[in-house]
Design a protein around this ligand. Structure first.
Ligand code: NDP
Ligand code: HSE
Length: 445
């Protein structure tokens, strides 16, 4: 049976992955089954499942579903209309299954941002060629319907900028450190236990997961080809409790922000995509966003500023997004995976990193001896960076370490070319006054 025709017979699901999200999808379909059937116009039923370990207790009853040891077999089953991929990983079994789903004439729903960021163009082409649906609402910002919001709700607009908090794990870590003064490792372990973190949590803390989501958002928002390789990415690993304390004293909080815009220069439009821990003014709408909550701001030329906010991770919210995609498919909505057919998406060159104007927070850890501050400020002068404010504190006092002889120098620059900050750091490179890598955090405009 096809996935596009409207019918009262059930939409049959082959579900790969029974972890946090997979089990959440089964729980949601079981507990809200009647409501979902009413809205979809027909029941949505899981017929077959696959994961690594058949006997594992998953907190949901899977005894009524057929089991496949090899998840790719789901794509060949006659009793499956839609394959739902909730395994993860950009390549490997998830990609093999996804390709097999389209080859087997099925539609695909996935929460896998890594796979979409790397292979979304290929998969969308395959889906469009076969007239199948490829849907991935859960891949960006968990439960928030931002993919649909931008692809459909804001589709009449030229979007000028899309930015936001795109990783629940990092936001949980930063805001927990902010509230409790707890250290980084402890809060990461909590985020993992709560099911927010990726199988490889370095993807979260190094900004890669946010970069995957940003690349997808940019494609949908600006109608451009996916370009994950050119997302300029820095994670939160270098952010210390002392930075959070200094930011607070200056009137800011620190959030990991993914930001994309299209810049028009003499050679034509360029796509800027970057992920960075940023200083966010306490009165900015993104400042109060805490815990695993995500928030996305999109600015359109007719709609103005849109703010999408909600749970960015966790079983319930992510399952909600997956099942919303299934309801669309059950209603016969195939649509296009992105905001335009793949062949109509524009290919933009990446914008030069550092080619922007802005203010920044700079933090140095240095030896406490005469002349160190003069050396740093001389580098700023020589690179034409103007300092707005400067704080020097013993690390213990700053809340960031135990070495009495190490001090923290934090400064905020005036607005200026970001490239000049890079020049100043290059002048200080190798200086034996510095005890660690300097940290540069843009200040959100
Ligand atoms: P989990 O690690 O909790 O679950 C992964 C599932 O995939 C497990 O059931 C596992 O089997 C199965 N699996 C892994 N490798 C294989 C394999 N080689 N063959 C068969 N089965 C395999 O991941 P999540 O549920 O957290 O995430 C799933 C997807 O959803 C990922 O793409 C993730 O990025 C995405 N996502 C997750 C969110 C979250 O909050 N967790 C939010 C938004 C998106 P077994 O259980 O037997 O080990
Ligand atoms: N690891 C991801 C996060 C899950 O922390 O946001 C949701 O995509």
């Amino acid at each position: 049976m096809g996935t596009t025709a409207s019918s009262s017979s059930p939409l049959r699901i082959g579900l790969a992955g029974l972890g946090t999200v997979g089990a959440g999808v089964i729980r949601l379909l079981q507990s809200n089954g009647d409501l979902i059937a009413g809205r979809a116009g027909r029941p949505i039923e899981v017929t077959a499942v696959s994961a690594r370990e058949r006997g594992k207790d998953r907190g949901v009853d899977i005894s009524g579903f057929a089991w496949e040891d090899d998840m790719t077999a789901l794509a060949a089953r006659d009793d499956v209309d839609v394959v739902v991929e909730l395994v993860g990983g950009s390549d490997g079994p998830a990609l093999t299954l996804s390709r097999a789903a389209f080859n087997g004439g099925k539609s695909l729903v996935t929460a896998n941002k890594a796979m979409i960021a790397h292979h979304g163009m290929e998969l969308a082409r395959q889906a469009e060629a076969g007239g199948h649906a490829l849907k991935f609402e859960a891949a960006v910002a968990g439960g928030i319907p931002v993919v649909k919001g931008l692809r459909e709700g804001a589709s009449a607009n030229e979007l000028t900028r899309v930015y936001g908090i795109l990783n629940g794990t990092c936001n949980y870590i930063l805001t927990t450190m902010e509230a409790t003064g707890a250290d980084f490792g402890e809060t990461l372990a909590e985020a993992q236990a709560l099911g927010y973190a990726e199988a490889d949590p370095t993807f979260d803390i190094e900004g890669v997961d946010a970069a995957h989501k940003l690349a997808i958002l940019a494609t949908i928002g600006f109608g451009v080809e996916l370009d994950f390789a050119n997302v300029d990415t820095v994670g939160i690993v270098q952010v210390r409790a002392a930075d959070i304390a200094q930011a607070d004293a200056l009137g800011f909080v620190i959030r990991l922000i993914g930001e994309a815009d299209v810049q028009n220069d003499a050679d034509g439009p360029k796509l800027l995509q970057r992920v960075r821990p940023c200083l966010v003014a306490k009165d900015h709408p993104l400042a109060p966003v805490d815990g695993p909550t995500n928030a996305v701001v999109a600015e359109g030329n007719y709609v103005g500023r849109l703010l999408f906010q909600g749970a960015g991770a966790g079983d319930g919210p992510t399952a909600s997004a997956v099942v919303a995609d299934l309801i669309d498919i059950a209603r016969g909505d195939v649509g296009t995976p992105f905001s335009a057919p793949v062949d109509a998406l524009a290919k933009l060159a990446p914008a030069e990193p550092g080619g922007r104007m802005g203010r920044a927070y700079l933090r140095f850890t240095v030896n406490d001896r005469p002349g160190v501050l003069a050396e740093i400020t001389a580098a700023m002068r020589d690179a034409d960076v103007s300092i707005e404010s400067l704080i020097q504190l013993g690390l213990q006092k700053a809340g960031g370490g135990s070495d009495d002889n190490e001090v923290l120098v934090a400064m905020v620059t005036h607005e200026g070319p970001e490239a000049n900050v890079g020049k100043a750091l290059a002048l200080l490179d190798g200086s034996d006054s510095l005890t660690g890598e300097p940290l540069v955090l843009p200040i959100m405009a």
